[in-house]
Design a protein. Structure first.
Length: 212
């Protein structure tokens, strides 16, 4: 944490942030912190780290993205519906900022779809239709920009499987698509350093469920 604080201090010098080594070091430190975050408290600390970077690197989209991702994950780690919504409110503001910076960011739309799923699970009976539609629309945008975004494809599958389970429909019809996503994940997931790359383990879980 001391090292991270030192890097943030370098960002305060007023240097240009694009390609700046201090920015990159700060992001690498925060991403390392993110990789080991297991609890709500861990995630909150990590989100705060990304927030500090975002404050002083406001032309960069990744700090806002990862801050949002932390808060979305936090919403799935607790039971209280009001607190879930509070976390998702913070995440939504960060995703909006990303899309203001990059209106055609496929990863932001995929994360937005994930956020809408978080909204839905707060109260599925009353929110199901509204947020299912919103999630579908966000994934449609993500895949229009990049048809092989594996996170968008994974979330699309989880949404469709969730809907099938709700209505008692046979989910074996999704096995071929799950297999295709799993087989092609690495080729689909050609992303630059520090860009979002999550989802492979979750996709493996889908495959495991299909094989049961």
């Amino acid at each position: 944490m001391k090292t991270f604080t030192t890097i943030i201090a370098l960002l305060l010098t007023g240097q240009s942030f694009a390609g700046n080594s201090a920015y990159e070091q700060a992001m690498e430190a925060a991403l390392s912190q993110f990789a080991t975050s297991k609890s709500v408290e861990d995630m909150q600390s990590t989100a705060n780290s990304f927030q500090r970077i975002a404050k002083f690197a406001d032309a960069e989209w990744l700090p806002e993205y990862y801050q949002a991702h932390c808060y979305v994950l936090m919403s799935f780690m607790i039971k209280d519906g009001a607190q879930k919504d509070a976390y998702l409110d913070v995440a939504e503001k960060s995703i909006t900022k990303v899309l203001e910076l990059q209106p055609t960011n496929t990863e932001a739309y995929a994360l937005q779809a994930f956020l809408y799923t978080g909204r839905l699970v707060v109260d599925p009976m009353t929110r199901g239709r509204e947020y299912s539609i919103k999630s579908h629309e966000s994934l449609k945008k993500a895949l229009a920009i990049n048809p092989t975004n594996p996170r968008a494809l994974y979330l699309q599958l989880t949404n469709e499987i969730g809907t099938a389970n709700f209505f008692g429909t046979d989910t074996s019809i999704f096995c071929e698509r799950i297999e295709t996503l799993q087989t092609n994940w690495d080729s689909y997931n050609q992303v630059a350093d520090m860009n979002p790359s999550w989802g492979k383990n979750q996709a493996q879980n889908l495959k495991a469920d299909c094989n049961n």
